[in-house]
Design a protein around this ligand. Sequence first.
Ligand code: ADP
Length: 631
Amino acid sequence: MTQNSTTSAASASSHVFQAEIEQLLDLVIHSLYTHKEIFLRELVSNASDALDKLRVAALTDASLLPAGEELAIRIEVDEKRRIVRVIDNGIGMSAADVVENLGTIARSGTRRFLEQLKAAGGSDLPRLIGQFGVGFYASFMVAREVVVETRRAGEASATRWRSSGRGGFTVEPCERAERGTQVELHLAEAEEGPQGTLEDFAQAWRLEGIVKRYSDFVEYPIRMEEPGKPGTWKTVNARKPLWSRPKSEIQPDEYVEFYKSFTGDFEEPLETLHLSAEGGSVWQALLFVPRTRPFDALHSLQQKSQVHLYVKRVHIAPDCEELVPVWLRFVRGLVDSDDLPLNISRETLQHNRNLKPIRSRITRKCLEALAKLRDARPADYAVFWREHGAVLKEGLWHDDGFREEILAVSSWSSTHGDGTTTLAQYVERMPAAQKAIYVLPAPDARAAAASPHLEACRKKGYEVLLLTDPVDEFVLLKWTEHAGKPVQRLDRGVLDLDEEARAERERKEKDHARLVEDVQRTLGERVESVRLSSRLVDSPAVLAESEGALSPQLERMMRQAGQSVPDKRRVLELNPDHAVVQRLAALREQGGEPFERAVELVHGLAAISDGQAPSDPRRFARALSELLASG
Ligand code: ADP
């Protein structure tokens, strides 16, 4: 929070920036130096937001916007004194607003975001900051001092805010005839730019170019003085929002430019969708799939959509859950509806019937676009999947209605080759005799590929999908069948790949009934049960989950989330054909300590070979040292 210290002028109060602002300033200035010109985009975007807010406020209080008054943005340049002003006649700010908005970061999660941003270090900062949005503070990349004068709509008094970026800011009352805000930048000296060019923003033509590049679609006129003709103003932006123009007239690079300026991303999007309504309603949507996923911290914080809602070209909300499902939250862009009232509130949005058809069309169109991407641009699809796949898969859990469509554009690691496979490719390779789709959840593909659970399938030549995303556990709760075959996890339950294997296991069970019984007695409460396995070839033993148990992955997630996890016992499966188990059977005949020690070792080995720790590491270590000592 800000803190008052001694006043410097008669009525000016000094404040220090909230610690996070200093950090943000630091990051912005040091990481965006190759993109300094975006300061103007940020100021124009704030001005345009302020004009939107005034328009909405005037719906309930007409006196705020006198009839016939035009809402506009003005950019003034004094090339000699190196001053640039961005002026709007929008909603303005009260003295309290100024301190709150330009001195603190009120947005939740920002602190954590900044910490992670710092931890991430160097190279990716511009991209990360781009996703976050730097806003007003970008001014300090080019200005040595910033002076804001503002008067809130409906109020008589105005406020002046002044700062040189370092060490805080001052606030004092001032005179201002017009409603709205003026941001005045006292530019630093021109500097050498990234390509050896002179970075000088104190030039009208340069500013005009930046406006055209980043803010052309802003709906309000952005006016600048004609060079050499003081008092003659021209509008420098086209003002037609890209999304409301006919698709056929839009060039691909216009979409790219729009995306970059709208999202702050410095990369081109992977996919662009320009949609409009069908039937009676009127709306347009401009949606993008970014090439990189948001920085993780942001991603998990931001469990909501990134699609902005506009009503009749006016910005209403920066995110709107009703427009896209949570599992499409990597999609960025906007929806502009003509059917909603301008003064719609968040609460009424939730119940608005106009949003449902928009949402379902957007969902369908996004999935169609991803299917096209998969077929037409495999390399880009692979990027998409790597970056956003885990989020998309959440849809398998959330939305029964789109299961097939989501599965169709999903990919999985598999025991077939190094890369990923789609389900369609998997099914195509399936031998006729294969009874199920085999899957193995594991922390990572390497651990999975080494797991003893795979042995029987490997011997049979059956491909196994390796599920390595934490979200896969949830997916499996709902995804139990595909293409008429059950989806079978290899890490739980009794696994017989065919009738033959089952008959064989049952026959051997009779032969080994006493061994199984004695191993069970020796381990007691430490296992759920003991049985013979038909899933093993090379390993002597494995631990399987009982049907319906929490998997180790899920357990780990719950622990990480600070939840208590009930103690769980697993099933020890023995491979009757393995020399170790045959030796165990021989030891059983003699009974006593050597048998018990061997049981302990086999039990521990079963855990280790699947990447887990023995259930009682000390006991395991003791048994192993005794064995080694006894020669
Ligand atoms: P953001 O725009 O992402 O919220 P900024 O740092 O750019 O972040 O601005 C902080 C806040 O200051 C804005 O949310 C807005 O409330 C206020 N603000 C900035 N510029 C203006 C302006 N021209 N008119 C009115 N309010 C403004």
